[in-house]
Structures are given as structure tokens and as C-alpha cells.
Design a protein around this ligand. Structure first.
Ligand code: ADP
Length: 190
């Protein structure tokens, strides 16, 4: 599924983000940049040890921010290691911090001149952010950035690992598209 936002595109795919080709692939990292399970483990396994070495040199990244490394063996120029919030009870500013995390990636994308960027559903695994609210923040933050028109990003895609995440993001994107009058369709239809 994809929505056209002005001259930009916001898309959803179901699958493994390590297989995607993009200028930048976003990793849901932890603040020690040490790797771990989930998408972080999958990205480091696929990218190779040079990326972990670069993360070790950088050392750490605060929650709500992101750092860039080269992408090793991934089909990308950059990996943006983004540290999303851990869900507590929803009243600890989690949504604002998640929005800031996506925004940090978009700012890096513009600094690097990226035209395509692929995101996982940051914080929705080990960090336990509920999918519905996470999809609202993720899609709204990225769509607002694309709407600005000053960004280098032409296509942003969310790569959702399982059906439940994909269906949740698709439901929220459909609703936003209706509200904001963005044309929607499959990847293949104009
Ligand atoms: P966090 O600690 O930010 O919650 P996780 O890696 O535990 O990070 O989970 C974030 C999301 O990434 C989850 O929705 C999980 O299902 C998803 N995920 C796990 N592996 C992959 C992958 N290879 N490609 C895309 N998404 C993935």
C-alpha cells in the first residue's frame, strides 16, 4: 500500500527490512548501540561486523535520537541507528519521544541527501509500544515531514515484519489518507 503526499510517496511493505534497498535503512537500536535481538540483531547479522565496529566507535546514542553508520553488506548507503522510547504506561511522554526518534532519522536523511528511507516499527517489539499508537505517531511524523516539500526524501517506506503490524499501519494510513485527501493504491497502480 502507498499514499501519494504531494510529490512524495509514503509506502507500507510487509517483510524483512534487511532485504530492502534504500539510501537509508533505519535500525531500532538501544542506547548503547550494542546490538541485540529483533530488528537490531537482524540488521547487524546482515550488514556484517564493520557496522558493529563503527557503532562501538560512536559508543552510544540518547533515547529519541539517531546516529548514522555505513551500511556494510546491506543494499543501502546508510544505517540510521535510532533509539526509541520504552513503553511505560503511556503518560511518560512516550509518544513525543517516539515522534522525535522518527524526526531524528528524517533530519539525518536530509543531511545525507537521501531520497529513499526504510523504517521498521520502532519501539513496538522489546520496547512494548502498542502498535496502534505507534503507527499513529510514525505515520503522522513522516507524513508531516514529506508534506513540507523541503526534504530530500522522495519515498519513505515502513517495512512491517508481521501481518498484525502491517494491518495496523495500513488501517491508520488509510484513515489519514481519507482525512488529508492523499491518493492511495498498491505499489503498482498509478
Ligand atoms: P524495539 O526494541 O525498538 O521494540 P524490536 O527489534 O524489538 O525493537 O522491534 C521493533 C519492530 O521490528 C517489531 O515490530 C518487530 O516485529 C520488528 N522486526 C523484527 N525483525 C525485523 C526485520 N527483520 N525487519 C523488519 N522489522 C523487524
Amino acid at each position: 500500500m502507498r499514499a501519494i503526499i504531494g510529490t512524495r510517496m509514503l509506502g507500507l511493505l510487509q517483510g524483512d527490512i534487511t532485504k530492502v534497498q534504500a539510501d537509508a535503512i533505519v535500525n531500532a537500536a538501544n542506547s548503547r548501540l550494542m546490538g541485540g535481538g529483533g530488528v537490531d540483531g537482524a540488521i547487524h547479522d546482515a550488514a556484517g561486523t564493520s557496522v558493529m565496529d563503527e557503532c562501538a566507535r560512536i559508543g552510544s546514542c540518547p533515547t529519541g535520537k539517531a546516529v548514522a553508520t555505513k551500511a556494510g553488506r546491506l543494499r543501502a548507503r546508510w544505517i540510521f541507528h535510532a533509539v526509541g522510547p520504552e513503553w511505560d504506561d503511556g503518560n511518560q511522554g512516550e509518544a513525543d519521544v517516539l515522534g522525535a526518534t522518527y524526526q531524528a532519522c528524517l533530519t539525518l536523511a536530509d543531511e545525507k541527501g537521501c531520497e529513499t528511507i526504510a523504517f521498521p516499527a520502532i519501539s513496538t517489539g522489546t520496547y512494548a509500544f502498542p502498535l496502534g499508537p505507534a503507527a499513529e505517531v510514525a505515520l503522522d511524523t513522516v507524513a508531516r515531514h514529506l508534506e513540507k516539500g523541503v526534504t530530500s526524501v522522495k519515498t519513505a517506506v515502513f517495512v512491517l515484519y508481521d501481518h498484525r503490524a502491517f494491518d495496523t499501519f495500513a488501517r491508520v494510513l488509510s484513515r489519514l489518507a481519507t482525512e488529508r485527501q492523499w491518493p492511495v493504491g498498491d505499489w503498482d497502480t498509478p
